[in-house]
Design a binder for this molecule. Structure first.
Ligand code: XMP
Length: 512
């Protein structure tokens, strides 16, 4: 049993971010429901407790309250935001309902560093998001930091190892936030910093094995980072009990299907079923030029094909998915009652419920960069682990207008050249996405002495953090020239290459 830091979840949108910061400090943590009995925490070997923030006021009719026994376990406690208000409220201080929610940056002045701020500057920019206000410090505590709006932004009770902070150390906008958390974990809870990606893998495989038993698991493999890492992890856990299904929708990039077959079937020896449904997809897409209709047809056909393939695979109890934390739509409280939290998330169009499959999502608490680390540790090659995102509808939304097989072929060839040059020049791994788009217009060119009336390929290369906004990448002219030269020379049917210099917004990353 590893030393465990318990994060009690009071419904904060940042609870998973707290867990992530703890992992960054190489310490093991587990998220628990706020009402978890203290005995359970003790039995789990908990060496410290963090009370998360939350959307409620401690005065709300059904405000989530922990079992007060957690304060008697003799382990350090750190309350964050709502956690501070709870400690104030439950340990004899006074909390009042704030008139306005304080939201945004604040300036913290630390009057006494103590173990929580050891080695850190006394002035820090911090991120606030709270409604209630502490107006009287509970007995045993003393204030050690203040912001413009609160003289009690940080409290400590060194005798009992209780600490409370009003702001959010876990969010990126708080300076030295991870250092504050590390001080709590290492300096105060005396946690060992020995929790690594390999430990995560070991623990995840154990959990998968115990959940799955000797049942069979199906996974829809797209070849993208998330489903690839999920496949490798599940395979490590349950071996031949895992069957992966890869659907060739006819909208894949050059060599993609062969690469997937070679890696998973030959290298990993995974039971991989490749379903070639390209004819069906392309038939249904014939003549369709509206992007939304294309997406709907591709999405619905995928579900249909996948469902049919499951029947062929035979009985399975579990459907595995590479859902990541950012895919999990933030917790939404119904009214004021966090006990009624819904966590909805993307899945294959409601498939698990319809197929009566149990869902297994071993990556659902991880962030993208952590998933990449897990993938590398599992032996996935760099091209897979650092692959750029590729949309579900594939090249279908990169052939503008109706999809014609010959145009798809032109796009595939042009795109392969772009990718090759991006990788060779080292730019592939520096940008968010780089791809070609086929434009259904013709332009005049000249080849030798002959007039060449052919199509146009657009190059789209963008930088982004999360795809919500994006900026076009200033690729070197020499590189652009090389790509353009190779496409017009090597791909028949292209007379012109253009470079997309639109940012998002107002443009989107994909053209359709
Ligand atoms: P847009 O074009 O909306 O794209 O700026 C944002 C990001 O999402 C990807 N994308 C999709 N991914 N299914 C997906 O799995 C889709 O239908 C889809 N449409 C866009 C796009 O490649 C970019 O990374």
């Amino acid at each position: 049993m590893p030393q465990t830091i318990a994060v009690l979840d009071f419904g904060s949108q940042y609870t998973q971010v707290i867990a992530r910061r703890i992992r960054e400090c190489q310490v093991f943590s587990k998220i628990y429901h706020y009402s978890t009995p203290p005995e359970k925490l003790r039995d789990d070997g908990v060496i410290g407790i963090i009370l998360s923030g939350g959307p409620n006021s401690v005065f709300a009719p059904r405000a989530p309250m922990p079992d007060c026994g957690i304060f008697k376990l003799g382990v350090p406690v750190l309350g964050i935001c709502y956690g501070l208000h709870l400690m104030g409220h439950l340990l004899g201080g006074r909390v009042v309902k704030g008139r306005n929610r304080e939201y945004g940056h604040g300036r913290l002045h630390v009057s006494r560093r103590g173990p929580l701020f050891a080695g850190l500057p006394r002035r820090l920019r911090v991120w606030n998001s709270h409604g209630d206000k502490l107006t009287r410090v509970p007995p045993g505590f003393r204030p050690i930091g203040e912001t413009e709006n609160s003289p009690y932004a940080v409290l400590e009770d060194r005798a009992r190892h209780f600490y409370a902070i009003q702001f959010h150390p876990e969010v990126f906008h708080t300076e030295h936030g991870t250092d504050i958390i590390r001080n709590f974990l290492v300096g105060i809870c005396r946690a060992r910093q020995d929790w690594t990606t390999r430990d995560f893998i070991r623990q995840a495989t154990r959990e998968i094995r115990s959940a799955v038993g000797d049942s069979r698991v199906i996974l829809g493999l797209s070849g993208g980072v998330d489903s690839s890492v999920a496949a490798a992890l599940l395979h490590k856990a349950v071996g031949r009990q895992l069957t992966c299904v890869f659907v060739d929708n006819g909208l894949l990039r050059k060599g993609e299907r062969a690469a997937v077959e070679s890696l998973y079937r030959r290298h990993f020896r995974i039971d991989l079923r490749v379903v070639d449904a390209s004819v069906l997809f392309l038939r249904r897409l014939r003549g369709v030029d509206d992007p939304e209709r294309k997406r709907k047809i591709i999405g619905n056909t995928f579900i249909e094909v996948f469902e049919r393939s499951l029947k062929k695979v035979g009985h399975a109890d579990f459907l595995a998915q590479g859902t990541l934390y950012p895919d999990v739509i933030e917790s939404v409280a119904i009214g004021d009652n966090p006990a009624a939290l819904i966590k909805s998330h993307h899945n294959v169009g409601g498939l698990p419920a319809r197929m009566r499959l149990k869902l297994i999502e071993p990556l659902r608490e991880l962030f993208k960069d952590e998933v990449r680390e897990v993938g590398s540790a599992l032996g996935l090659p760099k091209e897979v682990v650092w692959r750029q995102p590729f949309p579900g509808p594939g090249l279908g939304v990169r052939v503008v207008g109706p999809i014609v097989p010959a145009h798809l072929e032109v796009l595939r060839s042009a795109d392969a050249i772009l990718q090759e040059e991006m990788v060779k020049s080292g730019w592939y791994y520096k940008v968010w996405q780089s791809f070609c788009v086929f434009l259904p217009v013709k332009s005049v060119g000249v080849v030798g002495d002959e007039r060449n009336y052919a199509h146009v390929i657009a190059i789209r290369v963008v930088e982004s953090i999360d795809a919500m906004t994006a900026d076009w990448t200033r690729l070197p002219y020499d590189l652009l020239q090389k790509i353009s030269g190779r496409i017009t020379n090597e791909v028949r049917g292209v007379s012109r290459v253009v470079f997309d210099v639109s940012s998002k917004p107002p443009a989107t990353i994909e053209w359709e």
